[in-house]
Design a protein around this ligand. Structure first.
Ligand code: NAD
Ligand code: UGA
Length: 435
């Protein structure tokens, strides 16, 4: 089938490359000329494990190409995916649909035959109706259907998530569109991925509900972690103990500095706002947002306590800046708020990240960026692990102790074994356990 992706960011590029790998003919479109030029040269604008090889092999086979020319890419397509950004609208937290609307209008102008227009971007309930109206008003003669097919991939594991998803959700109101979508996803159903067909509005809401539920699960365990610290219990064992119950499940129960990233923060907020438009208050999700926001500065206070009550003039070494490992994405990374709060409390910051340093430099200022974890720790009073990159798991703790001035590790991801850290001569402060 011929597939066109409008938007070649994380979702558009990964989905496009995976569809191509399944044998479809894919054109990825972007308004960003530099991005398209890079992709044509085989340079991948984002860090996502395995993506460069996947794009290269499919480009060589002639199954994926890149362009800024939306009109010709849409003209021949069986399915056109809208995979543009839907950031938080400044001021009110609603999803900003301006990129989706603009894409819908451009698609409308370019349709030449029956086309299935698919919203893959995360969008509030009713956006499919908006896209349909825009296309109908722009081109009353166009033959098309609008389908919702939200994406559930995670950054850092995006290819695996796309190719072997827990499920694919397709919200289609017309049989003709359902048949096109079934054909498109046939390779995944052969991989035994369940495909759930729903109406369009249900699919749109399913995406927000999934992200809000996952954010709730993380926030719940983070609050239990706070309680563990007071009562002398261990949150990792509590998480294992509850996670073995299949009704609860073991995933997304890692306590940490609060969730970040390009999606949970904006999507929880957008869900709250769109529910309010319908007169419904989602009090659980509202609490999750408030608790998670407060948690990041609470983590900075934890570091201050670990330093005996003040970080004024002290040097804090921060390991890991991106919102999670295996990505260079700094959007809403907890490190931003934590570093900001520590700087306001008078700390000097040294920092290291294996991949996200360039992106970090754009948002975090007055920081000494270093070439390695050991360089970062050199002369520091305290070491704070914010993002659990694998490269930090095998650090030589004794060597760290030798290069540091102080002897405190604050591990916000519970990566190390307490005995080993103690043996290296450190005080070890974790999340969800008494020091
Ligand atoms: P992104 O910012 O990485 O990419 C969006 C791309 O769209 C940009 O390259 C931009 O230049 C391009 N674009 C904007 N308007 C365009 C237009 N009119 N024509 C062509 N290109 C245009 O965003 P992303 O992270 O890929 O997210 C896209 C959507 O997918 C969002 O709604 C997001 O919530 C959702 N989502 C993201 C993830 C993720 O892990 N990043 C996962 C699931 C869902
Ligand atoms: C998340 C969802 O997991 C995807 O299913 C969804 O498609 C995507 O959002 C989206 O809509 O964009 P992503 O943001 O890439 O994916 O990363 P996650 O692995 O979900 O992590 C999000 C945040 O939660 C990170 O800051 C991470 O450190 C934190 N987290 C995650 C925890 O603190 N504890 C956990 O147990 C899991």
């Amino acid at each position: 089938m011929r597939v066109t992706m409008i938007g070649s960011g994380y979702v558009g590029l990964v989905s496009g490359a995976c569809f191509a790998d399944f044998g479809h003919e894919v054109i990825c479109v972007d308004v960003n000329q530099q991005k398209v030029d890079d992709l044509k040269q085989g340079r991948i604008p984002i860090y996502e494990p395995g993506l460069d090889a996947l794009v290269a092999s499919n480009a060589a086979a002639g199954r994926i190409s890149f362009t800024t020319d939306l009109a010709s890419a849409v003209a021949e397509a069986d399915a056109v995916f809208i995979a543009v950004g839907t950031p938080s609208r400044r001021g009110d937290g609603h999803a900003d649909l301006s990129y989706v609307r603009a894409a819908a209008k451009e698609i409308a102008q370019a349709i030449t035959r029956y086309t299935v227009v698919v919203t893959k971007s995360t969008v509030p309930v009713g956006t499919g109706d908006v896209v349909e109206r825009i296309i109908r008003e722009t081109r009353p003669d166009a033959e098309f259907s609008v389908v919702s097919n939200p994406e559930f991939l995670r950054e850092g594991a995006a290819i695996e998530d796309f190719k072997r998803p827990d499920r694919v959700v397709i919200g289609a109101n017309e049989e003709r569109a359902k048949a096109v979508m079934a054909e498109l996803y046939r390779p995944l159903s052969l991989n035994a991925a369940p495909i759930l067909f729903t109406d369009r509005r249900t699919a749109e809401l399913t995406k927000y509900a999934a992200n809000a539920f996952l954010a709730t699960k993380i926030t719940f365990i983070n609050e239990i972690a706070d309680l563990c610290e007071e009562v002398g219990a261990d949150v990792q064992l509590v998480a294992r103990g509850i996670g073995m119950d299949k009704r609860i499940g073991s995933k997304f129960l890692n306590a940490g500095p609060g969730y970040g990233g390009s999606c949970f923060p904006k999507d929880t907020l957008a869900l709250i706002r769109s529910a309010q438009d319908y007169g419904v208050s989602l009090r659980v999700v509202e609490s999750v947002v408030a608790v998670n926001d407060a948690r990041k500065t609470a983590m900075a206070r934890k570091v201050v306590r670990a330093c005996g009550g003040s970080v004024q003039g002290r040097t804090v070494a921060v390991l890991g800046l991106t919102f999670k490992p295996n990505t260079d994405d700094m959007r809403d990374a907890p490190a931003i708020n934590i570093i900001d709060a520590l700087q306001r409390a008078g700390a000097k910051i040294r920092a290291h990240d294996p991949v996200g340093m360039d992106q970090a430099k754009a948002v975090l200022h007055n920081v000494t960026y270093t070439d390695s974890a050991y360089d970062c720790a050199t002369g520091a009073d305290v070491l704070v692990l914010v993002t659990e990159w694998d490269a930090y798991r095998a650090l030589d703790l004794k060597r760290l102790r030798q290069v540091m001035k102080g002897a405190v590790i604050v591990d916000l991801r519970n990566v190390y074994r307490e005995e080993e850290v103690a043996r290296a001569g450190f005080d070890y402060i974790r999340v969800g356990a008494m020091p």
